[in-house]
Design a protein around this ligand. Structure first.
Ligand code: JCF
Length: 669
């Protein structure tokens, strides 16, 4: 007998639920995107014929709801508490001591630690395994019902996984909706291209996206969610927080992979240090770690205050933002002549580093943030990037603040500055501007370029100011007498410098290409170009078409390279480098284009250096095929973190298994 429509619908929905879980929660898909799309369209077609059979948990119902007029309010069954903060180790130790005292124990407490996500807290309500409601935290008692938007978040299951699991009648699960850093940057790029205001940080972007009245807009933002807490639950009981989290995982909810059980303070402090270490390599922003008493019976005994539980604490990282006052704004001239406005500020300590200058990026950013001299501002120092001014504190304005415009004359050489149509930067047009020259020489000599040991910025300043060096090639014609007349240059240091310059005559071609300071040609692109063309002569004569044909070389890079080598003065510098004894090497051209010709490659586990999609695109560009299932026909299986069963299967079939590093090496990255 033919399968009934009901059975067919159920089967399609179950398959789609499962594969969406593999892709978005486990990041380990079993089928290709095309196969997924085929199943999805089949379900869509069948539902179109039988609209009365559409269920709220159908995968087709993630998008499709009409824009709302406004959000209804949603009363949480149990209040959604926030967390008390510990701002340093001492405050965390006080929390542990307090906890022990309250529990009348001297033994180590078992905690569960997790990264503290910087997103938007929400609650999901599953009734008999079906997602019925999604709501924001709001004031903790009443939030907004954002169910239609919540349903567009791909890692949130519309239906809990039921195989082997007991499905509770009611499950209220809480967590953080976040937007990854890359996704945030992409979103802002698009917004800027469209003339829309950028979001200040991923958290604001996540909150703004989830509170869209039109769910289609939310659906276009790649939001994600990690679950970390519970509200009211009926039909299931837990004895520990850890057990609750494991159950969440089994039910198909996404739980942060970096959670850890820690007994006693030393293990917690170790966890805090470990997370501090990996913080900047995580794909999303965190601002500390959350520490919770694991045992629910102990949590019960500790109880809650009005707004936060006594059994948990957020141990925050040192602030990366501080407020201070702008004393002046100056324009710095860079290697390409670009004028960067820099705020000179009252010195302020940010996360252990004294900061007195912060970049304002360009005129548009100054105008957008309306930054004025005299303003009080929020300054941020994130990871290893240059401190930047985030926003103005308008309430502190006195009316005496002064607007700033980048100068029309270069502050260093007095030449005209221009801002070409469509570009963000205003530039000094004088190629021989001493500021540009100094930066170019400094870059040329820097560690990752020609690596001339001991040629620091002070020395470069003197060489340029005394007229001894007018371009990088002049370095190779310096002699001891000339160096002797520089300040703080003893005979020994002159010898050392000449020796270092001599050593740099034999660097690889990709270093030399990077050292030339061509716009948009960073270290990596220089390597890519050298590998593709092999000799400086071929690079000098390459056309834009030939350059863009190389993987990872875009039109902007190509244009800039061609422009650089079309200039007489640049060609002369290269001739003079050669005359100065710089060896211009050749490199064997690697057949990069079809490196993976006809090969089938499977990725499994979480890749660390790129997304799975990017890796698959790369394989295709190199002539290979990216597949999602391992068979005897597979040539390589590339394993990321937590690889799962495919690596095992590959080994059993005798298929070669590569680590991510080995794969990158194979394709020359
Ligand atoms: O990651 C977070 N922002 C986070 C917030 C994690 C948690 O485990 C939380 C929380 C807020 C309240 N737990 C509670 C109880």
């Amino acid at each position: 007998m033919a399968e009934s429509i009901h059975e067919k619908l159920k089967s399609l929905r179950d398959q789609l639920h499962y594969h969406s879980y593999r892709y978005y929660v486990l990041d380990d898909p079993e089928i290709s995107d095309a196969e997924y799309d085929r199943l999805f369209r089949e379900l869509q077609a069948l539902e179109a014929q039988h609209p009365e059979l559409i269920t709220p948990d159908s995968p087709t119902q993630r998008v499709g709801a009409k824009p709302a007029e406004s959000f209804e309010s949603y009363q949480h069954t149990l209040p959604m508490l926030s967390l008390d903060n510990a701002l340093n180790e001492e405050e965390f130790l006080a929390f542990d001591a307090r906890t022990k005292r309250s529990l009348e124990t001297t033994s180590d407490i078992e905690y569960v630690c997790e990264p503290k996500l910087d997103g938007l807290a929400v609650e999901l309500v599953y009734i008999n395994g079906i997602l019925m409601t999604g709501a924001t935290r709001g004031d903790g008692f009443v939030g907004e019902n954002v169910t239609q938007n919540i349903k567009t978040v791909k890692s949130i299951p519309l239906k809990l996984l039921s195989d082997k699991n007991v499905i509770p009648e009611r499950l209220e699960v809480r967590g953080e909706v976040i937007l990854g850093i890359k996704e945030f940057e992409n979103l802002n790029r698009v917004r800027e291209e469209n003339g829309e205001p950028a979001f200040a940080n991923p958290r604001n972007a996540a909150a703004g996206s989830l509170r869209q009245l039109d769910p289609k807009i939310t659906a276009s933002r790649p939001l994600d969610m990690f679950c970390y807490g519970l509200g009211q639950v009926t039909g299931l009981t837990f004895t520990t927080h850890w057990q609750f989290l494991q159950t969440c995982k089994a039910l198909g909810l996404k739980v942060n992979p970096n959670i850890r059980k820690c007994t006693g303070i030393d293990q917690v402090l170790k966890y805090y240090r470990d997370i501090t270490e990996v913080r900047d390599s995580l794909p999303y922003e965190i601002d500390g770690v959350v520490i919770k008493v694991n045992d629910f019976a102990l949590q019960e005994r500790l109880g809650v205050r009005s707004r936060s539980p006594r059994w948990a604490i957020a141990y925050k990282f040192p602030a990366r933002q501080e407020t201070t006052q702008i004393l002046d704004i100056i324009a710095q001239v860079g290697r390409t002549g670009a004028l960067t406005p820099v705020a000179v500020m009252k010195p302020v300590n940010i996360g252990g580093v004294e900061v007195s200058r912060a970049t304002l990026h360009n005129q548009d950013e100054i105008d957008r943030k309306d930054v004025r001299v005299g303003d009080w501002v929020v300054v941020q120092r994130a990871g290893d990037v240059i401190p930047e001014v985030v926003q103005v504190i308008r309430s502190k304005r006195t009316g005496k603040e002064k607007k700033y415009k980048l100068p029309e004359k270069c502050p260093v050489c007095g030449s005209e500055t221009v801002r070409p149509e469509g570009e963000a930067a205003r530039r000094c047009v004088n190629f021989s501007c001493p500021a540009q020259l100094k930066e170019r020489i400094f870059h040329f000599a820097s560690k990752r370029a020609m690596d001339i040991d001991g040629l620091g910025s002070k020395l470069v300043d003197q060489l340029v100011e005394k007229g001894l060096v007018k371009n990088a090639a002049d370095l190779y014609f310096l002699n001891k007498e000339q160096l002797a007349c520089l300040e703080r240059m003893a005979e020994k240091s002159a010898d050392n410098l000449l020796e270092a310059i001599d050593a740099s005559r034999h660097r690889s071609l990709d270093r030399l290409l990077f050292a030339l300071g061509i716009r948009f040609v960073g270290e990596h692109v220089a390597r890519v170009i050298v590998k593709a063309f092999g000799s400086l002569e071929r690079i000098e004569n390459a056309t834009e078409e030939e350059l863009t044909a190389v993987y990872e070389v875009g039109p902007q890079v190509a244009k800039s390279v061609v422009e650089f080598f079309s200039k007489q003065e640049n060609r002369e510098i290269i001739d003079r480098l050669r005359a100065g004894g710089v060896e211009i090497k050749e490199e064997v051209i690697e057949e990069a284009i079809n490196l993976l010709d006809g090969k089938t490659i499977v990725f499994t586990g979480v890749l660390q250096t790129c997304t799975r999609r990017e890796a698959q695109d790369l394989v295709e560009k190199l002539g290979g095929r990216a597949s999602s299932s391992v068979s005897k026909k597979t040539d390589f299986v590339v394993i990321g973190e937590n690889p799962g069963s495919k690596a095992e299967k590959a080994r059993n079939l005798g298929v070669r298994v590569l680590t991510e590093d080995e794969f990158r090496q194979m394709v020359g990255l």
